[in-house]
Design a protein around this ligand. Structure first.
Ligand code: HEM
Length: 292
């Protein structure tokens, strides 16, 4: 009985830890480690009697510099680790948790390493690139924390495929509704039929603003049409209803695409800047030893 309840408690705990996000992983273990490392670096800097205060060229600078480079190279390894499956203590969740907090600790370690001695040179370039990588990482964390809920709230019970099917169905209905129209009315419907939910480029995808939306233009044209309100059974009334449905369906799918793009876009900054950082770091180290 006791062993059964122990087993239940254990599996319950395991299940809870499976569902624990990487930020809270193992009771913020990596946050604590990162705070300890940053705290030690700060204390040594603050209580260092050397005047002027140490910069990259001091013993303190060499130690923080070596730790910084080691950390940056290890943080970069997440790209390799992500593509392998190994559960356990060094699970991907543990790696990502360590990546985030140790990555943030670089703000303290690298800033103290510079000794606040910044200028227009390759050393500062490496520092700025590192800060940009970290800033994009913070954006990524914010995106992971907030966007999945927004994504499922917008999507409701439907899948992306169902949203696209719905759009195709509305296009078919619009095509049929255009049959009794005159040439001018048919041209208005055509504007909406040529709308591509994926078109508009990366800026439209990220901002959700589609300036050249044919459906919106068609809806405005149909509403302003001079024949509106003249006949009892105006075929344009049905077209307007369908266009309104298509506009709302398009706005839902575009919101979906926008949220998905925001979930990924930061990695297109984070990863290339990481490589630029490693290149600048290499030049920084060579320059330091060359001019030594
Ligand atoms: C200089 C410091 C950093 C470097 C060099 C670095 C580098 C990298 C690299 C190479 C990847 C793998 C991307 C891929 O292959 O898809 C990655 C992923 C990631 N980085 Fe960083 N990073 C740094 C700091 C940070 C910080 C401070 C944060 C958060 C505050 C962060 C958040 C993330 C996250 C969440 C992922 C995982 C993305 C995923 O699971 O798809 N990074 N980073």
């Amino acid at each position: 009985m006791a062993s059964k309840s122990l087993r239940q408690a254990t599996t319950g705990r395991e299940r809870a830890s499976e569902h624990e996000g990487f930020l809270r992983y193992q009771g913020y273990k990596w946050l604590k480690i990162a705070l300890i490392i940053s705290g030690i670096a700060l204390l040594i800097y603050a209580f260092n009697d050397v005047q002027p205060k140490p910069n990259g060229g001091s013993i303190y600078g060499y130690v923080t510099g070596t730790i910084g480079v080691g950390l940056i190279l290890w943080l970069t390894m997440l790209g390799v680790r992500k593509r392998q499956i190994t559960p356990g203590r060094w699970s991907l969740k543990s790696w990502t948790s360590a990546h985030v907090y140790l990555g943030l600790s670089l703000i303290v370690i690298a800033t103290l390493h510079t000794g606040f001695d910044l200028g227009w040179n390759v050393h500062t370039l490496a520092y700025v690139l590192m800060m940009l990588v970290i800033a994009s990482g913070i954006f990524g964390i914010a995106a992971y924390a907030s966007l999945p809920q927004a994504l499922s709230a917008n999507r409701g019970e439907t899948t992306q495929l169902q949203m696209l099917d719905n759009l195709r169905m509305l296009d078919r209905q619009l095509n049929e509704a255009a049959q009794p129209l005159d040439a001018e009315g048919a041209a208005i419907v055509q504007m909406a039929l040529h709308d591509d939910p994926f078109g508009g480029g990366i800026i439209a995808r990220l901002t959700g603003r589609y300036g050249k939306c044919g459906t919106r233009a068609a809806l405005a044209a149909v509403r302003a049409h001079p024949s509106r309100g003249e006949a009892q059974a105006d075929p344009l009334d049905h077209v307007e209803v369908l266009l309104e449905r298509k506009r709302s369906s398009l706005s839902r799918i575009r919101k979906h695409l926008r949220l998905k793009a925001l979930l990924e876009v930061w990695l297109y900054i984070h990863v290339p800047l990481t490589f630029a950082l490693i290149a600048a770091l290499f030049v920084h180290i060579v320059a330091v030893f060359y001019y030594w």
